[in-house]
Design a protein around this ligand. Structure first.
Ligand code: SF4
Length: 330
């Protein structure tokens, strides 16, 4: 059984309104085991399952003769999507009651900012209520144009956290995995705790963020000695920062170094055996951070390039976030 709340009735009605025949479904990696069940729920339509990986609403596969339904992600408001794309959120049914009480009783901080990945957004109400019952002041920030829900964070956008950082002592991240929590820690410089509703374990990521920064510092040092740079542009709809990439190319050349542009949809480290010294990634920031060790050469972010070229100081370091992407026409 699918352990998420998915509004199939509303989806079927919308597909009928759109007079859909062929429907392409995209599911994130973690939901692939439910793809057949999802397809069965849409038996009235001619369903095709995309087996390409999809990591976010930045990554939509679409065809002229089909309607794309992407499950598990909330649309990114400031992207202009093709009209035949539907996003269907998959909200986790897991309760945070136990881990939230544990956090509230551990007196970690009095003013807490709540953040969550999209599948746990509805759980915020439950957690907020528990925290407030225990005398904790709760703050849930509004995001920028890349964010649909208050408190929602993406691996490339922590605006909801930053917008309340001045009012809180720490953040509680509702979800699993450390990436988002580390990003929030670096973006706000506040302590961040992961509240995992599956294990009921609370994890502080401040030490992980320090280790992350040390690795990034090492990458910057290598880039300082580089003379040939490969600048990567992601061509997926919500990852394309070509204007930024071109501006970086100019900066590199102004320093008397060489820069080459690389374009790709899916960015596999194994495809980047080029004779450059360092890559600069303007696509999904997770590629720079998560896949760093898989690339044949060091890979850095746009701000890390500016630090390596002494245009910015190390004190100005920030996590690479995407606020807006270049808009393509359809
Ligand atoms: S660009 Fe990367 S981090 Fe941002 S939404 Fe897409 S997959 Fe997630």
């Amino acid at each position: 059984m699918i352990p998420y709340f998915i509004d199939f009735q509303n989806l079927r009605e919308e597909l009928k309104r759109k007079k859909a025949e062929k429907v392409l479904i995209q599911v994130p990696e973690g939901m692939k085991i439910y793809a057949l069940e999802i397809a069965d729920k849409l038996r009235d339509f001619d369903v095709r399952i995309s087996s390409n990986p999809t990591y976010g609403a930045c990554d939509v596969e679409y065809y002229k003769d089909a309607i794309t339904v992407q499950f598990g992600h909330a649309e990114i408001p400031n992207i202009t999507y093709p009209k035949d794309v539907i996003f269907v959120e998959a909200f986790s049914t897991r309760s945070f009651k136990e881990v939230a009480r544990k956090f509230a009783n551990s007196a970690k901080c009095e003013k807490v900012g709540l953040i969550a990945s999209v599948q746990h957004i509805p759980a915020m109400e439950e957690v907020k209520k528990i925290f407030e019952e225990e005398g904790i002041n709760v703050f849930v920030g509004k995001g920028d144009g890349r964010i649909k829900y208050r408190g929602q964070v993406l691996g490339c956008n922590f605006s909801t956290a930053r917008n309340v950082a001045g009012q809180v002592d720490c953040f509680a991240f509702l979800g699993t995995g450390k990436f988002h929590a580390i990003g929030a820690r670096i973006a706000t410089n506040k302590s961040v705790y992961i509240l995992d509703p599956y294990s009921n374990i609370i994890t502080n990521v401040d030490g992980d963020a320090d280790r992350f920064l040390r690795q990034r510092f090492g990458a910057i040092v290598k880039a300082e000695e580089a003379s040939i740079f490969g600048i990567i542009v992601g061509t997926k709809i919500g990852q394309k920062r070509e204007k930024l990439a071109l501006a970086l190319k100019e900066i590199v050349e102004a320093k008397g170094k060489k820069a080459y542009m690389f374009y790709a949809g899916r960015i596999n480290p194994e495809d980047f055996y080029y004779n450059v010294d360092v890559f600069v990634n303007t696509s999904c920031p997770r590629i720079t951070y998560d896949d760093y060790l898989r690339f044949p050469k060091p890979i850095i972010s746009p701000i890390e390039l500016q630090i390596a070229l002494k245009i910015k100081a190390w004190e100005q370091y920030s996590f690479d976030e995407i606020v807006e992407v270049d808009r393509d026409k359809y």
